[in-house]
Design a protein around this ligand. Structure first.
Ligand code: PHE
Length: 497
């Protein structure tokens, strides 16, 4: 009988240890093959000839989803509800009581469902139950299960099956990754066969033009296609979730009539800060907060601009302001740095177009010396924009931001008073999400100390918002670092925005 050369090689390798079950790694090592495809293909062919058996094991690896992580931190929803219920007097165990205790409306629906499945019912508006201990211990088991998974990936064999089944039906609590692993062993026939009787032929697996141009292709033996063979499911290409979010923001602003602007990462302290009337002694300017550059150490700024900023900072020039009163250092202005906000782009845009009404936005990377943690990165993005026109006003600014966030899917927006050296009034923009107001950025009307030196006579609505904050909201993440981890498995599971 004949066997392909690869099959023969694998069979010979396996016959060096007849009663052994071979792993992929062992077979790769013994055959010298680099690619597991050869082992899989030859193994299958040998199985079809009856020489080899393939042992398949399915593995499920369980880890926590984003809600699972929340549950480890704050407790499972049913645990929080149950803890509240058992502490109340009977008559206070009502929906109204729940909300008063701070539970959110979005938690109520799923929460009641969970309680019902645990044996709690609602009788005349009051939560009632019979077997308190049984409910408590079931919730304890669930909590234990979730806590065990904290920070770990665990094989389903080491976990309770019923719990896996329960949690897999709940949103984002656990992730299940399935793997199939294969091992190969000789059959009786594979052990007994007389290898010298096996004729080796080269089976052609890939047909190339070069091969067909040579002699002998008519007589060659070809490997059969096995259309039933397992093949890895290709993970289709998709944009990174951050990229699709940026695209979405872009289309929302374009739709609202804005044009897009861009700028360089490398800027001077003058344009990044002095133009914005940020005092030269401001703490955010220090080396701890700003990345100053060795190259270029200095960046040229026209003298007229420096003279104007100096006079605005020192005495207010003729903007109606008193300025900061201290001596302005022009050399400080020339220092090169990595921009700390994208407001530098909009300010430069006004300086270049002082007499043209404009509505522009930009989405760009900014840099600050931050220690990396759950909510901070030293590089992040801002969504910046301005409305520069004769009747720009605070109400116009607020309604523009509201429109933007509603188009993004977050209709509840509010502003609170804030402070920035370059705007008056200044506001902080917040969006309501899952029971909390989240701060997403700053905005305001540029002060005359900013606009007049740039040659503008109109008010400017300006804002700068954090993109990653918005992304965490949209993707339901609670750790900013998750956005940039090159974890393909995880990225492929993130929703398409
Ligand atoms: N530049 C501010 C920041 O980085 C945001 C801002 C932009 C505030 C424009 C007011 C006006 O947080």
């Amino acid at each position: 009988m004949t066997l392909g050369n690869n099959e023969k090689k694998m069979l010979s390798a396996m016959r060096t240890k007849t009663n052994h079950i071979w792993s992929l790694d062992e077979l790769l090592e013994f055959t010298g093959w680099k690619d597991q495809v050869h082992v899989a293909g030859s193994g299958k062919a040998l199985m079809e000839e009856g020489f080899v058996e393939i042992i398949e094991t399915k593995e499920k690896i369980i880890s926590l989803g984003s809600e699972g992580n929340n549950a480890v931190k704050n407790g499972l929803l049913e645990l929080r509800l149950w803890n509240w219920i058992i502490l109340q007097k009977d008559s206070n165990r009502t929906m109204k009581g729940l909300f008063e205790a701070g539970f959110e409306r979005y938690e109520a629906g799923p929460g009641i469902g969970l309680l019902k499945s645990l044996g709690v019912s609602i009788d005349a508006g009051i939560f009632v139950f019979e077997n308190e201990n049984q409910i408590t211990s079931l919730i304890e088991e669930r909590t234990e299960f979730i806590n065990k998974l904290s920070g770990e990936k665990i094989n389903s064999e080491q976990l309770d099956n019923q719990m896996i089944e329960h949690f897999s039906g709940r949103k984002l609590l656990i992730n299940i990754e399935e793997y199939i692993s294969r091992e190969w062993g000789l059959t009786e026939k594979g052990i007994k066969i007389n290898e010298s009787k096996l004729e080796e032929v080269e089976l052609i697996g890939e047909i190339t033009p070069e091969f067909l141009q040579k002699e002998g292709w008519e007589k060659a033996r070809y490997k059969e296609f096995d259309i039933n063979a397992d093949a890895p499911i290709p993970m289709g290409g998709r944009p990174h979730p951050m990229q699709s979010l940026i695209e979405r923001i872009r289309s929302v602003f374009l739709e609202m009539g804005f044009s897009e602007i861009e700028g360089d990462y490398v800027q001077s302290a003058g344009w990044n800060m002095d133009a914005l009337f940020i005092p030269q002694s401001h703490p955010a300017r220090t080396m701890q907060d700003t990345f100053y550059l060795e190259q270029p150490e200095k960046i040229d700024i026209p003298d007229e601009m420096l003279d104007l900023w100096a006079s605005v900072h020192e005495n207010g020039h003729d903007t109606g302001s008193l300025g900061w009163g201290s001596k302005f250092d022009k050399e400080e202005s020339k220092k090169g740095l990595l921009r700390t906000h994208t407001t530098v782009n909009t300010v430069k845009y006004i300086a270049e177009n002082p007499d043209n009404p404009s509505r522009v936005f930009g989405i760009g990377r900014v840099f600050r010396q931050e220690t990396i943690d759950r909510t901070h990165l030293p590089e992040f993005h801002q969504i910046e924009g301005i409305i520069h026109e004769p009747n720009a006003s605070l109400p116009m600014l607020i309604s523009t931001l509201k429109t933007f966030y509603s188009k993004m899917g977050y209709p509840d927006v509010r502003v609170r008073p804030a402070y920035f050296p370059y705007t008056e009034p200044s506001v902080e923009v917040e969006v309501y999400w899952r029971g909390k107001w989240l701060e997403l950025g700053g905005a305001g009307i540029f002060r005359p100390e900013v606009t007049e030196p740039l040659g503008s006579e109109w008010p400017v609505c300006a804002w700068g918002m954090g993109l990653e904050r918005l992304a965490m909201l949209v993707l339901e993440l609670d750790d900013i670092r998750e956005l940039y981890q090159p974890d393909l498995e995880r990225l492929s599971r993130m929703p398409i925005l």
